[in-house]
Design a protein around this ligand. Structure first.
Ligand code: PZK
Length: 277
């Protein structure tokens, strides 16, 4: 097996024609990876994503080959997937205002070319979910794109499919999560084209690393929302005196344990299954 790519918290290996996506227990805040792992995070997010692929299979085919046929050292935290020709846009759906969507709305009244009502604030629910793609930039952060940009890149019919699929996946995910006390504010999807030409859902889906999960009970538009998963890490980091430059200090044990409990809770609430790590 050949290592082909390292992300902040994940790795990709090639195994023959397949790829293995491997999730680590690393966690980042303010875009910086902390020196202390969150035990089982990689397994929890991998198993949540695998569960979602099953739930979404009637909407869109996916790249998953096997979640069990992986090397023993990666057991539970890797998926074997089909190698695709990746679409050069990140397909994002937003149902609430946060992050770069909030910034763009405040500057222009629109996101990705979609005009929104006046008077929305940080954390507001949008009248309906919006497709807000970005172009992948190898260095630094992704650049906002409009639907027209996507159409110019991949053609109008593929762009329309990408938008419709992204919004349908978001609606399905947000609705399931909301029934269980979790707001999915937004989610980032990646698609590719299979060797037989089919648009295929790739990467990880509807995890808290690829989405903003908020505790619904604490939702309060007008201020930054609490993150379902990393809020304890953020609160500790803010209070620790750390200047947000690397290297980050180690995470205290009680913050690690509370954070792990949130990843477990998100998995159990969303899937309805007990976590048996
Ligand atoms: C692919 N990424 C992003 C994912 C990382 C980075 N099925 C596929 N075929 C070809 N390429 C990719 C995929 C998928 N998924 C995904 N980059 C390439 C990514 C996981 C971990 F570090």
């Amino acid at each position: 097996m050949q290592h082909v790519y390292s992300g902040k918290v994940r790795e990709i290996y090639a195994d023959g024609d397949d790829l293995l996506l491997v999730a680590s227990d690393r966690v980042s805040v303010y875009d910086i990876v902390l020196p202390t792992p969150i035990p089982d995070k990689g397994k929890l997010l991998t198993q949540l994503s695998v569960w979602w692929f099953g739930q979404l299979a009637d909407i869109v085919p996916n790249h998953l080959v096997s979640a069990t046929d992986v090397p023993a050292e990666f057991e539970g935290r890797a998926v074997r997937c089909r190698r695709l020709e990746m679409v050069p846009f990140e397909c994002i759906a937003r149902g609430y205002l946060a992050g770069s969507g909030l910034k763009e709305y405040q500057a222009t009244g629109a996101i990705s070319g979609v005009v929104l009502p006046r008077g929305l604030v940080e954390g507001s629910r949008l009248p309906e979910p919006v497709f807000t793609p970005t172009t992948k930039v190898s260095e630094g952060h992704d650049a906002p794109a409009t639907f027209e940009d996507v159409a110019a890149g991949v053609g109008l019919s593929t762009a329309t499919r990408l938008r419709d699929l992204t919004l349908e996946v978001y609606r399905r995910g947000a609705s399931r999560a909301a029934e269980n006390g979790i707001i999915v504010a937004d989610t980032k999807l990646e698609f590719g084209v299979s060797p037989d030409g089919e648009l295929t859902l790739a990467d990880e889906v509807l995890t808290s690393d690829s989405s903003r999960f908020w505790p619904a009970a604490e939702w309060e538009p007008g201020r930054p929302q609490h993150a379902y998963d990393k809020q304890f890490v953020r609160d500790w980091a803010t209070g620790s005196g750390w200047d947000r430059n690397p290297p980050a200090p180690p995470i205290p044990a009680e913050v690690v344990e509370a954070t792990r409990a949130r990843y477990v809770a998100a998995y159990e609430k969303i899937t309805g299954l007990p976590w048996r790590g």
